[in-house]
Write a protein of this length. Structure first.
Length: 384
């Protein structure tokens, strides 16, 4: 019985990387790189400094192109240039002209990584660098810090605080990456591929402590982790999965539309504020994968338990994103409960708000999760 259930989890893990538009990270990243290469050609017609380095950009390997284009500040300026071009406002001097040449010169490191006062890199199949910008006088590090403040100052109590990494935090993140890659070698590893940088933070909001966040348009390619508050490798791994999935769908969504009415809002029962339909799609994408991660944890091999500890033996506050401790009193206290609700609504009452691509994404996610939901979680609304 246990073997059959574990096979269900493994099959779902494989299924969640097989969609050409939303699952295959190699294809998604290739499209992102192609978009930025094409963008450089377009921008060269308006920006002399970009035109000067366009031949160097054209000659970059895919690996070097990723280090250049996925740098947080470079990517931010590229997106600004796309917006300015669309509005007919792309003129020299432009911030991209100051940033992109420096990114080429900094290779084989990314631009911001090369300016960190202390260099930290976490090892994985695709290595990631850690922000070390607290108290840095470097202008690019200060710009990153300012972007972080812009994310958290509005909703945090006194704003978030960036923490410089150390050997202990690096080891804990590497341990969580190893755990995620062990339990979900396909879908987990794919989500990790979309993270280039990790920043450590402390932040409080009205609802409590910020455990993790994705940078989005403000700090692209970066995820934020509160490693101390998360406390254990299982929940650190879950947050890396969560935020990496946001990055993955963010990358996939650059070349397509998920909704016919992106600004349309809906109400979910576990949040007091209304969500955009696009946010609901992003949330469903995450909760399906987190449910699979929870199922994988239930059937973790003995050596994984010995290596990372038994998740049931860690003490942490209950929340739906946790592998260790869920709120079993609340009707929507688990990721599977929220995945079920969002899946039903997105395929039912909200379906008219989805584009063809959005509907394809939702049906693919639902089909991948269904066998695991039936066999592992059943119809229970209590913790498995």
């Amino acid at each position: 019985m246990t073997r059959r259930l574990a096979d269900r989890v493994h099959a779902a893990d494989q299924a969640l990387v097989q969609h050409a538009q939303f699952g295959d990270s190699s294809k998604i990243i290739a499209k992102v790189l192609a978009r930025y290469r094409f963008g450089v050609d377009l921008f060269s017609e308006h920006l002399p400094a970009v035109a000067q380095i366009a031949p160097a950009v054209e000659g970059l390997s895919d690996g070097d192109a990723r280090r250049v284009f996925f740098d947080p500040l470079v990517r931010l300026k590229l997106e600004e240039a796309f917006s300015d071009l669309e509005r007919g406002r792309l003129t020299s001097p432009h911030p991209l002209e100051a940033i992109l040449p420096g990114a080429i010169e900094s290779l084989p490191l990314g631009l911001c990584e090369s300016r960190m006062p202390s260099r930290w890199q976490v090892q994985s199949e695709h290595p990631k660098w850690l922000w070390a910008v607290a108290a840095s006088a470097d202008p690019l590090a200060k710009e990153l810090h300012g972007a972080f403040d812009g994310i958290f100052a509005g909703e945090s109590k006194g704003g978030g605080v960036l923490l410089n990494p150390d050997a202990v935090s690096r080891r804990r993140i590497e341990e969580a990456i190893e755990l995620l890659s062990t339990l979900l070698p396909h879908a987990g590893a794919a989500a990790l591929r979309h993270i280039d940088a990790i920043a450590l933070l402390e932040a409080k909001i009205e609802g409590g402590t910020v455990l993790s966040a994705a940078g989005g348009d403000v700090t692209p390619s970066t995820v934020f982790l509160s490693v101390e508050d998360l406390g254990n490798p299982w929940d650190i791994a879950g947050c890396l999965l969560h935020e990496g999935l946001h990055m993955k769908l963010f990358d996939a969504g650059r070349s397509l539309s998920l909704a016919t009415a992106p600004a349309e809002t809906i109400q979910v029962p576990w949040r007091p504020v209304r969500w955009s339909i696009v946010r609901a799609i992003f949330a469903y994408h995450v909760y399906v994968h987190l449910s699979l991660f929870k199922a994988a944890a239930l059937f973790a091999e003995k050596d994984a338990i010995e290596r990372f500890g038994n998740p049931s033996e860690y003490a942490t506050r209950p929340h739906a994103m946790s592998v260790v401790n869920n709120d079993t009193v609340s009707r929507f206290g688990r990721s599977i409960d929220r995945a079920r609700y969002l899946g039903e609504q997105l395929q039912g009452a909200w379906s008219h708000l989805l584009s063809a691509q959005g509907a394809s994404l939702v049906s693919w996610l639902a089909a991948a999760l269904a066998p695991v939901d039936d066999d592992v979680f059943g119809k229970s609304t209590e913790a498995a």
